[in-house]
Design a binder for this molecule. Sequence first.
Ligand SMILES: OC[C@H]1O[C@@](CO)(OC[C@@]2(O[C@H]3O[C@H](CO)[C@@H](O)[C@H](O)[C@H]3O)O[C@H](CO)[C@@H](O)[C@@H]2O)[C@@H](O)[C@@H]1O
Length: 594
Amino acid sequence: MAKLNRSNIGLSLLLSMFLANFITDLEASSHQDLNQPYRTGYHFQPLKNWMNDPNGPMIYKGIYHLFYQYNPYGAVWDVRIVWGHSTSVDLVNWISQPPAFNPSQPSDINGCWSGSVTILPNGKPVILYTGIDQNKGQVQNVAVPVNISDPYLREWSKPPQNPLMTTNAVNGINPDRFRDPTTAWLGRDGEWRVIVGSSTDDRRGLAILYKSRDFFNWTQSMKPLHYEDLTGMWECPDFFPVSITGSDGVETSSVGENGIKHVLKVSLIETLHDYYTIGSYDREKDVYVPDLGFVQNESAPRLDYGKYYASKTFYDDVKKRRILWGWVNESSPAKDDIEKGWSGLQSFPRKIWLDESGKELLQWPIEEIETLRGQQVNWQKKVLKAGSTLQVHGVTAAQADVEVSFKVKELEKADVIEPSWTDPQKICSQGDLSVMSGLGPFGLMVLASNDMEEYTSVYFRIFKSNDDTNKKTKYVVLMCSDQSRSSLNDENDKSTFGAFVAIDPSHQTISLRTLIDHSIVESYGGGGRTCITSRVYPKLAIGENANLFVFNKGTQSVDILTLSAWSLKSAQINGDLMSPFIEREESRSPNHQF
Ligand SMILES: OC[C@H]1O[C@@](CO)(OC[C@@]2(O[C@H]3O[C@H](CO)[C@@H](O)[C@H](O)[C@H]3O)O[C@H](CO)[C@@H](O)[C@@H]2O)[C@@H](O)[C@@H]1O
């Protein structure tokens, strides 16, 4: 069989892109399996079984890699989890690869848990991951590619130095709370740094810092990179620079000549949400200081205010962007997951960058989603009268991409927000769409059944707050994703989600983009300032029986400035490993030279 070289890798990429498009077209014309109405058309999921955290996303030799926590034996989580692996040329169509590695040695014999990839200065990728060792304690391990000339990186080996970081009586780290190493970054002093999530017995969340010159010998720093009291265990931390001057991404080790801030994201086990802070990383002291501290209330900044956890970013050096993946768990009982034979999705990959205010992150579906767009509907300047509902005809409502922008003229008609209404999720949960209020609710009704027995609504409400300090009326924009009527099946978790959107409707339009994909509704409010992802399981609003509406249940009319909706074709999310277009290299030489 032909050996891989630069020119036939290029040819192979072209052919596999052609194949992906060809299969996409074929799949687009086929119908959803009626026995599997909740499988997605373009959100990543394995063919079957359990998946949780995204691990080690990267781009290597022009191929995107996604690893993920995967249980090959069933649809529920298991401690002896493995690193599932898929590859892609466009982050949309995916080829399934064999698991990168499984529990196999004393330092991970009870499980290969989450971790990250670091691309070394010589271009070689290396994985740091948490192993559950022979004593069921958490330790940090390394894995390296067996053959770095294989762009698909199908085989990984575990060097004999493992484990690289352990708990002991001296460091006092609890072996049950020591996991999920980040991508490492290189300091000016030539030393690598990495953080590992942890917590103390009295619920102080910790990003423990380790340093190394050679990536194999790691020493714990005296001080953690950051910690916060009463936050509990920090799972899956992510620490990365963002540019202060535009939406381009920044490489993780960059010192940022043109100005950078840093972002620390932690997944809190106590709430199962992903929180972020924006701040400064002091390279001399090796500590991170968040600009506004770590907000610990209901409106603390989160990457997503819905079903979303254990997210992780990577820097795409080809398209100069930072991309975010996040695990979107089921909202169904485990018995339903077992029956359908699978559990867990990944959110659609999002570009992530710092807003020009420097105060919040913006997220947007990666541009490659546009390759899936088919039939399009466009509306311009329509008045959405008080109490009205307009159907959007002409797109496949169960698998679509919808963008709509609203303008509200009579803002003074907004209801006054009660000072005690500080919890957006609670306000959304109290809202009853049949009760008309001032400005809103207005937005989209997605996955709606023909007779409206089922629907999921994603909407805004605008309130005013009488700010006495400067006698100026301030407006508060609330965004909700309401699943309470999403399914006739009452066994699912149908909690309503909500968050505030930091826009001023007196001079900004109120925009909403929603990706609909059978059992996932992923929404971006205010140009990506606020994201909410929901899982829904309609019994009736399936396939051609799903409908899409724009609605306004407020007492004042709202203008739709523009609405664009597209049918989305299905992506190839589990392409065949044995595709004839993927050439294999027969001889593989072990490579542990780092
Ligand atoms: O797969 C292990 C990695 O997953 C993380 C974060 O998601 O920790 C998960 C955790 O287990 C719980 O979460 C499972 C799904 O993620 C869930 O189904 C299971 O029932 C939970 O126990 O693993 C430990 C031990 O159970 C628990 O403390 C975590 O929340 C990540 O931290 C791991 O690397």
